[in-house]
Design a protein around this ligand. Sequence first.
Ligand code: TYD
Length: 137
Amino acid sequence: MQVVKYVFQPHGDERGQLIALEEFKDIPFKIKRVYYMYDTAEGVVRGHHAHKKLEQILVCIHGSCKIRLDNGKEKKVVPLEKPYEGLYVANNMWREMFDFSNDAVLLVFASELYDESDYIRNYDEFLKFIDNDSSAE
Ligand code: TYD
């Protein structure tokens, strides 16, 4: 499994750092939605789902967390701890977010509006879905 991490260009000067992200330039899709997680309780694991269509870029803009990616065949854990790093998460990818530091803010850019019908929240269904999807190609 290829982990795609983006390193964004900070515009730094003596005042500090600034990062600007534009759709189709820094973010590889049209940004339809932005959301963020903060005040995550200790020991919590979030996510536990995949998306049929939606793609995302995850940026831990403060603090740190870890992302477990699982394409049904392989799993990888990616630490996110730099505000200038973005992790691309494709569709058909099971994800879990965990090990949040108590100051963590995890910002997400999504390619779709919120749509519960795009979620696969059951792991066995996920495995079936990707199996059918790949045999259709
Ligand atoms: P949830 O799907 O449990 O978050 P995650 O799986 O990423 O840990 O979402 C938590 C709640 O927020 C749930 O009630 C749905 C709601 N929600 C929205 O209303 N809009 C959104 O864009 C997202 C991501 C969640």
